[in-house]
Every structure is written in C-alpha cells, then in structure tokens.
Write a protein that binds this ligand. Structure first.
Ligand SMILES: [Zn+2]
Length: 302
C-alpha cells in the first residue's frame, strides 16, 4: 500500500529491469510511509532504515529499485539541517587536500566546476593556483554560500543552488570538474555525467569520490555500513562506476582507492558502535591517520 508512493525504477546505469536483492535494513524503507521515514532521513535514530539494495543482473550496479520520487526528495532536503560534521575539521581538510592533489594532476587550466562543494575546501586550494579563470559552483545549501565565495579568494565565480542545470557554464570550457560524495546521491547519474562531459575542454577531467561497496569495510560491517542509507539511491564499486562513466560518454576512466584522514578515537568509536560496544566514557588518542577506507576516486576524461 505505502510502496506505491515511491518511485519504482530500472537500473540507473544501464536501464535493465533484471536485478537481485542483496542487502536490507531490519525494517525496510519501502514498507514504511514517508512520514515515518523523515526522522531517519535526518539521522535522529540509531536504528538504520534504508531502501533495499539490489544488484543489477546486467551491469552489476548496486541500487535501490524503490526510492524517493523527485518531489519527495525536494521536501526531504528542504527540511534537512545544514551539515553536521562528525569528523574534526582538520581531518576533513587533510582528506580534501589529498583529493585536490590527485584532481590537480588530472585536470588542465580553464574553468573549475564543482557540484556540492560545501564550504569550499577544494575550491580554496584550486584558487591558490593561477590555473582557473572561472569558478562554477553548484551548492544547494545557501548557508555555506558566503564561506564558499570567500574560498574563491576574489577570482571570478558563479555560485548557484541548482544541482542539475549546468546551462550557464559554456560548453567545452572546463579544465577540472569535481564531485565529492555527490554521484551516489543522484537518482539519475547518467544525464548529469553526460552534461558535465559537454562542459569539459580537450584534456579536461572529471574527478569524483564515492563510497566503494566492494570494500573490506562494507563486508565487515554488513548492513550497518554507513553508506547504506536513505540518501544513497545507489552505491558504486570500481567496476560499476567505470560502467556509469562510459555510459555517459567518458572514454578514459581510471579508478583508485582514496585516502581518508580520521582521528584515531573517531575510528575506534565507529567500529565499537558497529559491534555494539559502548566506549562513550573511554579516553582514546586523537592522532590523525590516513586510511584507504572504503572510498574510491575516479578520474574520467571525454
Ligand atoms: Zn545495470
């Protein structure tokens, strides 16, 4: 009864209707009405509830065949509180610096385009160089537009709340396009990727960071793996992200595991939570360490 309210979809990468159930939460989102899902969307409960993920029998993408419609997503995102960071800020900066180092080697001079730049950790590093003549930034969270503008350090920039309409960006003008943990939020990734590809100039590159559902961490944590959540209509692997990039028209795709920087106490608490240990009163070291932990970085060229 409630299921009919949600979107029923084919594989968002290859369009196949053949898929096999692979992972579900205890209570499944597809069996609950949207008003019961709102608190889970905002992360108010420890209990995990998400739409069941199936594996496409044709291309291997892990995706939710039942998911929120565009209208439902608009209302959920509109009600969402601004980003609440769990990881300390210098760990985020170190992680994003690692991303920029790879991205900077991949792209060429010209326009800089980023979807979902948040406060602009990577924008700031890109603006420290003379390489980029215009910053095109698409960020739905208006609360971060001021720090984002500051991150461009006075260079020409256009900041928009749109996430899917890049028509303001001249075709063939962008040297480097960046999407950090954005692709696995998109219900229709292929049209978005094809649009970005049109914006790239010869030699330009799109660099993305996504979770890796083939990672050791996913297999250790099972259905408690954090990327299994209401915000992710699909979750990629190195093979399935290469597939979606090629279907969007990218010719050269390179995938590598990326490094994340975490304070040790944060990591220990995450693992303890996953196995049901309460360490809330334990004193733990806060040293930062870099781990190749379940994320993949993809460099795609037209
Ligand atoms: Zn498929």
């Amino acid at each position: 009864m409630t299921e009919s309210a949600y979107l029923q979809r084919a594989c968002p990468s290859c369009g196949s209707l053949r898929h096999d159930h692979e992972v579900a939460s205890g209570r499944r989102a597809e069996n609950l009405p949207i008003d019961e899902l709102r608190p889970f969307w905002s992360g108010f409960f420890k209990e995990k509830v998400f739409f069941s993920y199936h594996r496409c029998a044709d291309c291997g993408l892990l995706f939710a065949p039942t998911f929120f419609s565009d209208e439902q997503l608009d209302s959920l995102y509109a009600a969402m509180a601004p980003n609440m960071d769990v990881v300390t800020s210098d760990a985020i900066v170190a992680t994003q610096r690692g991303y920029y180092e790879v991205a900077a080697r991949a792209g060429v001079d010209g326009g800089y385009l980023e979807i979902g730049p948040d406060v602009g950790h990577i924008v700031e590093q890109a603006a420290n160089t003379e390489r980029f003549d215009h910053f095109w930034l698409f960020e739905p969270n208006r609360a971060v537009h001021a720090p984002l503008a500051q991150a461009t350090q006075g260079r020409p920039c256009s900041i928009s709340t749109a996430m899917t309409d890049l028509s303001a960006v001249p075709d063939g003008s962008v040297g480097l396009a960046v999407m950090i943990h954005v692709l696995d939020h998109l219900v229709e990734p292929v049209p978005m990727l094809a649009q970005i590809k049109r914006k790239l100039k010869p030699g330009g590159a799109l660099v993305t960071v996504t979770h890796n559902e083939r990672s050791l961490l996913r297999h250790v944590m099972g259905n408690r793996w954090p990327p299994f959540c209401l915000q992710h209509p699909e979750v990629y692997s190195p093979a399935s992200i290469a597939g979606v990039m090629r279907r969007a028209g990218f010719a050269a795709v390179r995938v590598e595991r990326s490094r994340n920087y975490f304070p040790v106490d944060f990591l220990v608490r995450q693992v303890a939570w996953a196995v049901g240990l309460d360490l809330s009163r334990a004193r733990l070291p806060t040293t930062r360490i870099g781990l190749r932990l379940g994320n993949i970085m993809t460099v795609a060229r037209p």
